[in-house]
Design a protein around this ligand. Structure first.
Ligand SMILES: NC(=O)c1ccc[n+]([C@@H]2O[C@H](COP(=O)([O-])OP(=O)(O)OC[C@H]3O[C@@H](n4cnc5c(N)ncnc54)[C@H](O)[C@@H]3O)[C@@H](O)[C@H]2O)c1
Length: 343
């Protein structure tokens, strides 16, 4: 599909191809919708893109996701996301990220970057040498994972209100797939709220930590998927709800931190068909974005947590509207964003 067809069909504003022959930089910045404010989204750096088309498609898809996440969270930001096609072989990473900083600066503030898969706070230290349009810096808002996990716990409380009649996680049986940065903090939040937690992760050390520190019970992934529980919290990679896992689930709701939990829209339909409530991932996991947006506004940890706490109200509204209509929660959330963008 031609780039203009992709942009027009997806409602995008721009795609920037940014290069620097001195460092080998090949960066793509996708801009979706900046009606509510400058695009804010991370930079993904990978050596595995097999074509420029694939990298552009990834940047655009991710930028669109940022528009929706920022708008639903009530942030004054739009959708932007960067992808760097890393050079193969040896290259000077510091110089590459410095040149990326110059590229971000050349966009004049329409796009604010931060770290994402394949980039680190160290990379952003190089980016910041040449642009002020960067957040998630070491000595400022720091690791967003605790705020993301707190937001997911608030989303789960709103879910409990709708499914079990009270916004209380005490005694709730929760299965957590993936106890990495966010998953581990979520297990801590759940433990503090008196939930019963089962965990699974390919990293045995993380599982051992969740068991020792937060009294979680370790199970393998297959057992986790088949368990009779109240809420399943996908906190590993995307696509956790797929043809293999969906028929196994015996939970009342899915509410977790991972991005793109539904492998396809059809899986959302099928979850609903099985009577399992799906909490839209981008609504539940907005805490990390809220945290970096707060850094842009002037970092204040209390304000970041207060805003992440409002995820409860957002999910409450989404689930109420879904109940009152024939739409699924993920469709309601999308509509709420589209109404905001059209207003
Ligand atoms: N970090 C944040 O603040 C944030 C914000 C929003 C969304 N997210 C999303 O949440 C998810 C987790 O992010 P993270 O920062 O905790 O990443 P992470 O890499 O720290 O954690 C992922 C964990 O999943 C485990 N894992 C990977 N494959 C697995 C499998 N097949 N089965 C079981 N466990 C598996 C890994 O071992 C790791 O412990 C991602 O989808 C991410 O995009 C994170």
């Amino acid at each position: 599909m031609s780039y203009f067809t992709q942009l027009l069909e997806g409602g995008y504003e721009a795609v920037h191809l940014l290069s620097d022959s001195r460092t080998g930089l090949r960066a793509i910045v996708g801009m979706h919708n900046t009606r509510l404010g400058p695009g804010l989204g991370g930079t993904r750096a990978l050596a595995t893109y097999t074509s420029e088309e694939e990298a552009v498609a990834d940047a655009l898809r991710l930028a669109r996701g940022m528009t929706y996440k920022a708008a639903l969270a009530g942030l004054p930001h739009g959708g932007g996301k960067a992808v760097i096609m890393l050079p193969r072989g040896n290259f000077d990473r510091a110089k590459l990220f410095e040149s990326f900083g110059r590229a971000v600066e050349s966009l004049g503030g329409r796009y604010i970057t931060t770290e994402d898969s394949g980039t680190s706070t160290d990379d952003m230290e190089h980016v910041r040498k040449h642009t002020k349009h960067v957040v998630g810096l070491k000595e400022r808002s720091g690791d967003p994972s605790p705020v993301t996990a707190y937001g997911v716990a608030r989303a789960m409380e709103a879910t409990a209100k709708h499914v079990f009649g009270r916004p209380d996680l005490k005694g709730l049986r929760v299965t957590v797939l993936g106890v990495g940065h966010v998953g581990m903090y979520l297990v801590k939040e759940l433990h503090e709220r008196g939930a019963k937690v089962w965990v699974s992760d390919i990293n045995a050390a993380s599982v051992a930590h969740a068991v020792k520190e937060y009294g979680a019970t370790a199970v393998d992934a297959d057992t986790l998927h088949r368990m009779e529980a109240d809420v399943f919290a996908p906190c590993a990679l995307g696509g956790a709800i797929n043809d293999a896992t969906l028929p196994l689930l015996k939970v009342k709701a899915v509410c977790g931190a991972a991005n793109n939990q539904l492998l396809t829209m059809r899986h959302g339909e099928q979850l609903a068909g099985r009577g399992i409530l799906y909490v839209p991932d981008y609504a539940a996991n907005a805490g990390g974005l809220i945290n970096v947006a707060q850094e842009w506004a002037g970092y204040d940890r209390e304000k970041a947590y207060a805003r992440a706490s409002n995820i409860f109200d957002t999910i409450d509204t989404v689930l109420r509207r879904a109940k009152e209509s024939s739409l699924r929660p993920e469709q309601v959330a999308d509509r709420m964003v589209e109404e905001k963008l059209a207003a």
